[in-house]
Design a protein. Structure first.
Length: 281
């Protein structure tokens, strides 16, 4: 990259440096979690995680592994800061969202530490732009406690199956009801909109079903307003893992393959709708 060897502007070393040949790979992933302006960025030796939350009810995480970058270096065990995601995406796409064939926007990203701005060097067609974005102190984030031992039910579905479901179900419904069961209907999505109830069933041997691991019957409802932001990630993804824990918390993990065939993940956590009683299910 034309600026990959660029030294720090002062004597203080950067605690985070990262380079990408194509900034669109990063901007498209960030758009998939952009439903609020403020995001918390975590950098470790494994890569970058960008987290967005709303009302402690929904959390989205974009995972960009270190291998995706041409250069990725973190000088501390972890580097954490909060940033305005709208501004970051605008800067990453400063040369436009779609480049001409054979051209791309190269990116070098640098951060000197607490209190310093995130610096972006962007180059396309020999033109270099430098953006400095103020960072903030991060807030505490909600821990949904989703680990493999807590998962009750899990399926992996080809994304086209879920995209078709969102196109067919009645989105005037306030909630999406999800049933996962070792017995029929196996996996059912239901809405209750202006036109009445609608149900979509997926048998466990469906061509769209890549894995089916259901231990007990669970029926939970989730506010559609909370799930709608995840459709951005769904549109980019090729597969989706759908998991629930014993409390009915929902994890939607989207596998996204970029133009170079590299794989990243976007995960959404959503709490169940507490207004629904057992008698209504």
């Amino acid at each position: 990259m034309p600026f990959s060897a660029q030294p720090p502007a002062s004597g203080e070393p950067y605690v985070l440096t990262a380079s990408l040949d194509n900034a669109r790979h990063l901007s498209s992933l960030l758009r998939a979690v952009h439903f609020r302006d403020l995001a918390t960025c975590f950098a470790t030796a494994n890569g970058l995680r960008v987290t967005v939350e709303d009302a402690k009810c929904i959390q989205a995480n974009a995972f960009i592994q270190a291998e995706i970058f041409q250069e990725f270096a973190v000088q501390e065990e972890s580097v954490v800061f909060r940033i305005n995601l709208s501004v970051l995406i605008d800067c990453l796409t400063i040369f436009g969202t779609s480049s001409l064939p054979g051209t791309s926007t190269a990116l070098r990203m640098c951060y000197r530490g607490y209190g310093y701005p995130l610096i972006l060097f962007l180059e396309e067609g020999g033109v270099v732009t430098v953006c400095k974005i103020n960072t903030q102190e991060p807030d505490d984030l909600l821990d949904f406690g989703f680990c493999s031992t807590n998962v009750v039910n899990k399926i992996i579905l080809q994304s086209e199956g879920l995209r078709e479901a969102f196109a067919e179900l009645d989105m005037t419904s306030e909630v999406l009801q999800i049933t996962m069961s070792p017995n029929k209907p196996y996996f059912r999505l239901s809405t209750f909109g202006n036109a009445g109830s609608a149900h979509l069933d997926y048998p466990k041997d469906s061509d769209l079903m890549e894995a089916f691991h259901c231990n007990q019957t669970q029926t939970n409802r989730y506010k559609i307003s909370l799930l709608k932001p995840s459709t951005k990630a769904l549109a980019l993804s090729c597969k989706v893992s759908i998991r629930t824990d014993a409390q009915g918390f929902l994890s939607l993990q989207y596998m996204i393959r970029n133009e170079d065939g590299q794989i990243c993940f976007v995960e959404y956590y959503c709490c169940p709708d507490e207004d629904i009683t057992e008698a209504e299910l």
